[in-house]
Design a protein around this ligand. Structure first.
Ligand SMILES: [Zn+2]
Length: 281
């Protein structure tokens, strides 16, 4: 910023300024202040489920573990709180780093930040998923979005809205079973992205990342996790158990999805938020 300002000032000095014209530096500062005001006043939506004892994890994982510290007033008069938590990488709202299903894929700390921020497009498949709780989003669903909006799915974060986030409070309705352990995996039932659609995105489009409001980008009955494999091999980060997608427009929202930066991690807890576009965007 300082370098930018210095450059503007030099240009201003070199060109001189006509009588009565506002100094360039003042114009720049006004523009910057207006921008800052706009960003601070825009409406932000939290797309993250909270982490607590009810948070949904894969049936083979332990849930979120939270250990309260000795929280309270201290003999010195100030209040002090510090707790401990432990968590699997993959549970609640979280990132799948490409390493999750690809030995050569990026680990959580190696994903370029550019893949974790950007414009979100929302592909609404709630009707299809209401009719078939194990629905797989097809290439045709993605092409239909493109046709409707007259643009390609390029340079965007694709968010698949299945409507499953409304079931979050009910583990059995969300996962298809409320059992835990390896035998529960065969009973999982929720929508996902078809491996064909994942392949189409990797081969024919260039997206920053993809997210879904279910427990996995592959639908519940999947046994070979084809969409994970394809997306991770293509170094496309995946966001799972995303919340509140019904609050987003089909396009134009700006998403920031920052996971915990676990060195060498295959994923991690994710805080994902979106700024809604306003009339002047
Ligand atoms: Zn995962």
């Amino acid at each position: 910023m300082e370098r930018f300002k210095a450059g503007v000032i030099l240009t201003f000095l070199a060109c001189g300024v006509a009588a009565g014209q506002a100094p360039v530096t003042a114009v720049v500062e006004r523009a910057t202040a207006a921008q800052a005001r706009k960003w601070s006043q825009g409406r932000w939506i939290d797309l993250t489920h909270p982490f607590d004892e009810k948070t949904i994890y894969w049936p083979t994982e332990k849930g979120f573990r939270f250990e309260q510290g000795m929280n309270g007033p201290t003999p010195k008069g100030y209040y002090y709180a510090a707790n401990r938590f432990a968590s699997a990488e993959h549970g609640g709202t979280h990132l799948d780093a490409p390493r999750h299903f690809s030995a050569a894929g990026q680990t959580a700390d190696a994903i370029p930040v550019e893949h974790l921020v950007g414009e979100a497009v929302v592909v609404d498949v709630t009707k299809q998923c209401a009719a078939d709780p194990a629905y797989e989003v097809t290439p045709d669903d993605l092409v239909a979005w493109e046709t409707r909006h007259g643009r390609q799915l390029v340079d965007v974060i694709v968010l698949l809205r299945t409507g499953w986030a409304t079931r979050w409070e009910d583990r059995a309705a969300y996962l298809g079973t409320d059992q835990v352990g390896p035998e529960a995996v065969a009973k999982l039932r929720f929508p996902g992205l078809s491996p064909l659609a994942a392949q189409w995105l990797v081969d024919h489009r260039r997206i920053r990342a993809i997210g879904i409001d279910t427990a996995s980008i592959d639908h519940g009955p999947s046994t070979h996790f084809g969409s994970h494999v394809v997306l991770c091999t293509g170094n496309v980060p995946i966001f799972e158990n995303v919340a509140t997608l019904d609050a987003l427009p089909d396009q134009g929202a700006f998403v920031i999805a920052l996971p915990m930066k676990i060195a060498g991690g295959s994923g991690g807890p994710l805080r994902i938020v979106a700024r809604l576009p306003d009339a002047t965007d």
